[in-house]
Design a protein around this ligand. Structure first.
Ligand SMILES: [Zn+2]
Length: 232
């Protein structure tokens, strides 16, 4: 029985702290601060992706330059085409080669244009991201200060509740407290709840044998959701 009362008291204090936490999270100051953090984090990730793409584009540029070099050399060979043809060379062979070369130049030009368009787009996006980052950094600084002021209003009450909770925790068997905290980590609240008919709040039916164990203020743990159950 004692454990039940102590656990309920601990949960009551926990609930008060949770309420403050929810209130703090719902403030305009916290929302603006979070918004700035999220936008900045996303911008950083996007800039990192851009940096990676820039490296790929640099490699692409290098390979295009190699191709341009090759094509220049091939074109240079055509300065001797007259002599070669006069010396018995096959005109149609050179014609075919020239066409292939022309096709290669066309496709290289296309790739270059595509690359330049992407570079322009990346650079415009980068400018936007930096502008946004500057703005959000300002917002982050401004609302860090404002949020501190809001927190200060609650500090006394939080300290008081935390101290009371620490005292209440000492009365609870460590393994029970450990299980309670584990549930809270999963954002579950309340952790300890009264029997709801023959069921746990999660909807799990409790067999009679288990329900019988609730007599005398005993606590059981739901096999499904692992909440603590007691009988009112
Ligand atoms: Zn349950």
């Amino acid at each position: 029985m004692a454990v039940l009362q102590d656990l309920l008291e601990y949960q009551r204090l926990d609930g008060e702290l949770r309420k403050i936490d929810l209130e703090l999270n719902a403030t305009e100051e916290k929302k603006k601060l979070n918004q700035a953090k999220v936008v900045m984090r996303n911008a950083e990730a996007r800039i990192a992706a851009q940096d990676k793409r820039a490296l790929e584009l640099r490699a692409l540029r290098d390979s295009l330059m190699v191709r341009v070099d090759e094509m220049s050399k091939a074109i240079a060979e055509y300065s001797e085409v007259e002599e070669l043809v006069e010396g018995g060379g096959d005109v149609s062979f050179y014609k075919k080669n020239a066409q292939q070369l022309l096709e290669k130049i066309r496709s290289t030009k296309q790739e270059l244009n595509k690359m330049l368009a992407e570079v322009e787009q990346l650079s415009a996006e980068y400018k936007k991201l930096m502008e946004q980052g500057k703005q959000m950094n300002k917002q982050r600084k401004e609302y860090t200060e404002k949020y501190k002021e809001v927190q200060a209003k609650y500090a006394g009450r939080i300290e008081e509740l935390t101290k009371q909770m620490e005292e209440a925790a000492q009365k609870i068997p460590p393994e029970v407290l450990e299980r309670y905290k584990l549930k809270r980590k999963e954002k579950i609240f309340p952790v300890i709840m009264p029997l709801n008919g023959d069921m746990c709040v999660c909807g799990m039916d409790l067999p009679l044998a288990q329900r019988n164990r609730l007599a005398g203020g005993n606590i059981i743990e739901c096999e499904n959701c692992h909440r603590f159950i007691y009988k009112q």
